[in-house]
Design a protein around this ligand. Structure first.
Ligand code: HEM
Length: 177
């Protein structure tokens, strides 16, 4: 094919391309819509149970008090998400995930474990973190950030450590090996 014929063919192909291609459909990209009330994106069905929280709750309400009740716990969970998003070590892992849902489920999980009067409705730790490729260093960064959020909220040091001791056994479910 001569150069001119090739150029003509290319020009024709360009012109022939319809303008209203649905690229999402062409590439099989699924459209998910946020719930108009909660702002959360849908997730695949799973069994809702407090067992998904990954730890038994404390028995007395002393830990809940040390964390400032539900209000204090919500502030700490929100702050943890904010610190993670601003942390260059792990921010990329959180980007493009449903942060509305993450804030809610993280609050519920903390509130349930701290016996502050919530049920946990999120997924279990293995399902939640599957395919995120989380490494031990990422886990250490998140724990540091949680310590910072608790310190900023004036949670007593002993209570911080008791809470971290509840979360520590979840590591094998979260870290990708
Ligand atoms: C003990 C440590 C951790 C706890 C207690 C925890 C807790 C949770 C909870 C409750 C959820 C939401 C579950 C749901 O949507 O149903 C979640 C999701 C998520 N976590 Fe963690 N997490 C931990 C460690 C980490 C680490 C180390 C990272 C990354 C550095 C991480 C990144 C994420 C991301 C990106 C999601 C959203 C997943 C999605 O949208 O599908 N988490 N985590």
């Amino acid at each position: 094919m001569s150069v001119i014929a090739l150029a003509a063919a290319l020009l024709l192909m360009q012109q022939a391309a319809p303008e209203n291609i649905d690229w999402d459909e062409a590439f099989g990209v699924e459209q998910v819509e946020a719930d108009p009330v909660t702002g959360e994106l849908p997730v695949d069905p799973y069994v809702v149970t407090n067992a998904n929280a990954g730890a038994d709750p404390f028995v007395s309400d002393r830990m809940a008090q040390a964390f400032g009740g539900q209000e204090g716990i919500r502030a700490i969970a929100d702050r943890l998400v904010a610190i993670n998003l601003a942390d260059p070590r792990i921010a990329a892992i959180f980007e493009s995930h449903d942060l509305v849902r993450l804030r809610r489920t993280l609050f519920e999980q903390f509130c349930y474990i701290l016996a502050a009067g919530c049920d946990y409705t999120g997924r279990d730790m293995q399902d939640s973190h599957a395919a995120l490729g989380i490494q031990k260093g990422d886990m250490n960064a998140l724990v540091e950030n949680l310590q910072r959020a608790m310190r900023e909220a004036d949670v007593p040091f002993a209570a911080q450590n008791r809470f971290l001791a509840k979360l520590a056994p979840m590591s094998p479910e979260i870290i990708d090996r």
